[in-house]
Design a protein around this ligand. Structure first.
Ligand code: AMP
Length: 210
């Protein structure tokens, strides 16, 4: 029976990258609300149209929309498969809702300082198709502007511009930081320093999971 894992940490702390590696190497299902929302925006669905303005400003999409979106996805998970939640929950209300549906076995908190976050996100490029992420300096794609995994074009997310990044950090502190205490009080929290090379961080993440 695999664990249900919540990834915590500020935007740009490596939740997407580490979650992807865990899911590929250990066979977990990965649910990323950010990826789902960006897909909804690309497809101009009613959810995408409503969410876009919040996302562009670096704010949070309202709880009822996110909880509604995730309820179905969580309900469709095969029992015991193990799931990784990337970018959800982001508020105490979302965490309460998740806890009503499944047991969270581990909350992994990737700790990265603000200055490092701004450097990371402004140099981040994302794949328009498969959501893989790169850093122009630390983890550049092999071919300029193209994804190593699927060959599609890379782009800079609108919300990775510096001003929006600063707002996302502010929102993170106000709305999401209380979740560290929330999971700590339940005895589920493990904090990992999210700086250094990706493989080194992954080794620590894997140890916490296994
Ligand atoms: P991410 O890719 O996780 O950084 O998410 C990108 C943006 O999507 C965030 O800045 C929010 O606007 C929105 N978003 C993603 N997940 C959530 C969530 N759980 N609750 C509210 N908004 C979210």
């Amino acid at each position: 029976m695999k664990a249900n894992i919540v990834l915590l940490g500020p935007p740009g702390s490596g939740k997407g990258t580490q979650g992807e590696m865990l899911s590929e190497e250990l066979g977990y299902a990965k649910l990323s609300t950010g990826d789902m929302l960006r897909e909804a925006v690309r497809n101009k669905t009613p959810l995408g149209l409503e969410a876009k303005a919040y996302m562009d400003g670096g704010g949070l999409v309202p709880n009822d929309l996110i909880i509604g979106l995730m309820k179905e996805k969580i309900a469709s998970l095969a029992p015991g498969t193990g799931a990784i939640f990337d970018g959800f929950p982001r508020t105490v209300e979302q965490a309460d809702s998740l806890g009503e549906q499944i047991d969270v076995d581990l909350a992994l908190n990737l700790d990265v300082a603000d200055g490092e976050i701004v450097k990371r996100l402004t140099f981040r490029r994302s794949c328009s198709k498969c959501n893989a992420v790169y850093h122009l300096e630390y983890n550049p794609p092999k071919r300029d502007g193209l994804c190593d995994k699927c060959g599609s074009a890379l782009y800079q997310r609108d919300d990775d511009m510096e001003e929006t990044v600063r707002n996302r950090l502010k929102v993170y502190r106000e709305k999401t930081l209380p979740l560290i205490e929330y999971y700590e009080s339940k005895g589920r929290l493990v904090t990992i320093e999210g700086v250094g090379d990706i493989a080194g961080i992954f080794a620590k993440v894997k140890k916490a999971v296994e």
